[in-house]
Design a protein. Structure first.
Length: 318
């Protein structure tokens, strides 16, 4: 398949913070309709040199991905693992003091002849949206690698309580230098791509005051990707955190022989994401009269998970 893009739109704002710890690729204003790699990284605000970490990973991964696509024309899982390794290598080189304290989230999206490869680590988000579909407009949304997400999936928080929990900034998976066991990314393969679809990569600062319904409303009411991005920037102008994003609209898709054989696990990933299948978002699902659908990949049900994880986090930081 050949996927053609409308001009991709970037948002890269500092918010009320003193420095910009988000990094995006391509740089704001540099993306073109022929761009095939998009990255958004959010440096950890509570750690030293968060802006260095996000920039290093963004630069290391983008350079490797562009070189691979120039040579191969597509991004396989093996190719991506090489790209991610280059990001970690760049992060190691940036940590000149060998302290291992800096860190960053990572979202990655590439377009090729085999569709889209989406990957993430941390709580920065990747969406695949189909605003024209009334029944399932959110085709995919990456699962946050955060403590509140884990508490929610274990029934200790409601969907809405995740946004106000005092633990909402604790991230369970990040990229850091000199990790003995490098954190692996979650990969999703997407081939069901249609004209008018949107892909949205964003740091958590973009979602500070915006839910999925408002995001979809903006896309449905906008006449173009450029207009939608401008409205997103306007709605998030008062956000406190750094907030960065890439909004990418699909202009056309040319299908080719063999497309039906391509791997697509988007629907499976969407089904596994409890947050996209929760009809009672104001009540923790464990306390509902009707249980959530079984998820074979969910961990066993446990009580007081949050307290035990908090104790574990304290120990590893001592």
């Amino acid at each position: 398949m050949k996927i053609h893009l409308c001009p991709p739109q970037a948002i890269h704002e500092i918010g009320s913070r003193q420095q910009q710890e988000d990094a995006i690729y391509p740089a704001a204003g540099a993306a073109i309709v022929g761009s095939r790699v998009f990255i958004v990284c959010d440096g950890l605000g509570g750690h030293e040199l968060g802006e260095v970490a996000s920039a290093a990973v963004c630069q290391g991964m983008s350079a490797a991905a562009e070189a691979l696509l120039d040579r191969e024309g597509q991004m396989s899982d093996e190719h991506f693992q090489h790209v991610l390794s280059c990001g970690y290598d760049a992060l190691n080189q940036a940590d000149t003091g060998h302290e291992g304290k800096m860190g960053t989230t990572m979202t990655f999206l590439s377009f090729g002849r085999k569709g889209c490869l989406a990957a993430h680590i941390g709580d920065s988000c990747i969406y695949h949206l189909r605003p024209s579909d009334i029944d399932q407009p959110v085709r995919y949304r990456s699962r946050d690698d955060s403590l509140v997400q884990l508490l929610y999936e274990n029934g200790e928080l409601s969907y809405y309580e995740m946004a106000t929990s005092p633990r909402r900034n604790i991230i369970m998976k990040v990229m850091q230098p000199f990790q003995k066991n490098r954190t692996e990314a979650t990969l999703v393969h997407i081939t069901d791509v249609r004209v008018g679809d949107y892909f949205y990569l964003c740091s958590d600062g973009m979602l500070e005051r915006m839910d999925d319904e408002e995001l979809l409303k903006i896309l449905r009411e906008s006449r173009s990707c450029e207009e939608a991005a401008a409205e997103l920037a306007r709605r998030t102008a008062q956000n406190s955190d750094n907030h960065s994003a890439y909004l990418i609209e699909i202009k056309d898709v040319e299908h080719e022989q063999g497309d039906e054989l391509l791997v697509d696990d988007e629907a499976e990933a969407c089904q596994r994401n409890k947050a996209l299948n929760d009809d009672y978002k104001d009540v923790a699902w464990r306390n509902k009269p009707v249980a959530m659908p079984d998820d074979p990949q969910s961990p066993p049900s446990t009580r007081n998970l949050g307290n035990r994880i908090a104790d574990w986090l304290k120990k590893i930081r001592m």
